[in-house]
Design a protein around this ligand. Structure first.
Ligand code: FDA
Ligand code: NAD
Length: 434
């Protein structure tokens, strides 16, 4: 097989890759200079759609509808866009070996790719229950969700198991979004997670109580404080029961597991500096190896606002880090400099009729404000996190675009507060006046 050589290679064809390609095009990349190598069979798309409208029975999202960059209100980059720009999309191609010293990548089929600059955008993979030896975890109809192929398999199962029983293992992002999606598909849904409340990485007990109440009103059953320890299958190998650590056994036609992600960096082990489970970068997403950049889920980068180094597994950072890396590469070539990455963390989720946004850092004391009654016709509530007398994080459920902008501003400006009772009373109006 002929060796292929490019000035720039983006390894991975997800969110960060798509936004990087758009930035390369803006910066005048020449035909033939850039390639994206992806193990997925489709051009970069907005991954968040997979756990939301992709699974809905109505208003279903399908490609080419959600190729990047529609998720941030940008131009939709269809496969033709890449060919028009002379950007080579090398799809269904898994890289199995990377030699950063020799600037060489090798695919599963043995194809060799050379580059002058590499952007690592391999994202995350799912943590599997079989990783910690859960018995029977390879039964049919136990699903994980990361890529479009996974979503397609789940869609098939939802059709095949109409009105059946679903068990969702995990109470994080996937757990909450998938429980809602399967419930909307009229499955009988039970969630199981080990913590005392859902989404403990971000939610306070007060925030979680709202979502748990709302989900219960929608008919989702929630079992907390235990984990799945095994699965029983029928004679076809299809999952039938989920065995819990507390001894309970749940019937299941479909199981969806969302017990966390792991950045995909094994190809580069021992070749590049790592930190906090990711590839260590500077504020331009440059790694410890010359001409090698890392963006999106895999990058552990300096978060200037908190004088800390962090890894962020969310789409907004995937987009922005990709753009920053490309700007850095191009400005370097022109002997220019650009500003350091100054990121305000932004996470969001949507399920049922709900929609929340979070900006900043969820550290320090938290206060809860607003109408957080799960039975309200239009619930709107939020939280502020206060550290060292300053508001450093803000969460809002049911906010309008302007209100969401206001909480983003609060998290960025970090206004001082000395009376938390007053802040609770003021609630959203505190953010709106900043
Ligand atoms: P991403 O995972 O998008 O892309 C990585 C790409 O690299 C994939 O195409 C993969 O196949 C490819 N790849 C990996 N190894 C390879 C190899 N060896 N050879 C070739 N190709 C390889 N965030 C958020 O803020 N709000 C949200 O609502 C959601 N919703 C959401 C839903 C679901 C189902 C998931 C899985 C994730 C989210 N996220 C999210 C998280 C968000 O999607 C995630 O942070 C970004 O997609 C990260 O972008 P990357 O480009 O880093 O990885
Ligand atoms: P997560 O880290 O959000 O949640 C994992 C959950 O599983 C936690 O509640 C955890 O304690 C629980 N858990 C761990 N071990 C368990 C076990 N043995 N049994 C039952 N529960 C267990 O991870 P996720 O929900 O799997 O999401 C995977 C990735 O996808 C993350 O990077 C996430 O950021 C991303 N994602 C983001 C969004 C969003 O931002 N809206 C949506 C979907 C996915």
């Amino acid at each position: 097989m002929a060796e292929k050589s490019f000035k720039y290679v983006i390894l991975g064809g997800g969110v960060a890759a798509g936004y990087a390609a758009r930035e390369f095009a803006k910066q005048g990349v020449k035909p033939g200079e850039l390639a994206i190598i992806s193990k997925e069979a489709v051009a970069p798309y907005e991954r968040p759609a997979l756990s939301k409208a992709y699974l809905f029975p109505e208003g279903t999202a399908r490609l080419p509808g959600f190729h990047v960059c529609v998720g941030s209100g940008g131009e939709r980059l269809l496969p033709e866009w890449y060919s028009e720009k002379g950007i080579e999309l090398i799809l269904s191609t898994e890289i199995v070996k990377a030699d950063l010293a020799a600037k060489t990548l090798v695919s599963a089929a043995g194809q060799i790719f050379k580059y002058q600059s590499l952007i690592i955008a391999t994202g995350s993979t799912v943590i599997r229950l079989s990783d910690f030896g859960v018995q029977g975890a390879d039964a049919k109809n136990i699903f994980y969700l990361r890529e479009i192929d996974d979503a397609d398999k789940l869609v098939e199962a939802i059709k095949a198991k109409k009105n059946g029983k679903a068990v969702i293992v995990g109470g994080g992002y996937i757990g909450l979004e998938l429980s809602a999606a399967l419930r909307i598909n009229n499955l009988d849904v039970t969630m199981v997670y080990p913590e005392p409340w859902c989404m403990p990485r971000l939610f306070t007990a007060g925030i979680a109580a709202f979502y748990e109440g709302y989900y219960a009103n929608k008919g989702v059953k929630i079992i907390k404080g235990t984990v799945a320890v095994g699965f029983n299958a029928d004679s076809n190998g299809e999952v039938k029961e989920v065995k819990l650590k507390d001894g309970r056994v749940l019937e299941a036609d479909i199981v969806v597991v969302g017990v966390g992600g792991r950045p995909l960096i094994t190809l580069f082990k021992g070749q590049v500096e790592e930190e906090k489970g990711g590839i260590k970068t500077d504020a331009f997403f440059k790694t410890s190896i010359p001409d090698v950049y890392a963006v999106g889920d895999v990058a552990t980068f300096p978060l200037k606002l908190y004088n800390d180094i962090r890894r962020v597994e969310h789409v907004d950072h995937a987009r922005k880090s990709a753009e920053q890396a490309v700007k850095a590469i191009k400005s370097n070539e022109d002997g220019k400099t650009i500003d350091v990455y100054d990121y305000l963390p932004f996470f969001y989720s949507r399920s049922f009729d709900l929609s929340w946004q979070f900006y900043g850092d969820n550290v320090g004391d938290a206060v809860l404000f607003g109408d957080n009654d799960p039975a309200s016709p239009k619930p709107k509530f939020g939280s502020y996190w206060i550290k060292d007398g300053k508001v450093v994080g803000a969460f809002l459920e049911g906010g309008s675009p302007d209100e969401n902008k206001a909480i983003a501003k609060v998290a960025k400006v970090q206004p001082s507060v000395d009376n938390l009772d007053l802040l609770t009373k003021e609630g959203l109006s505190f953010a709106c006046k900043i």
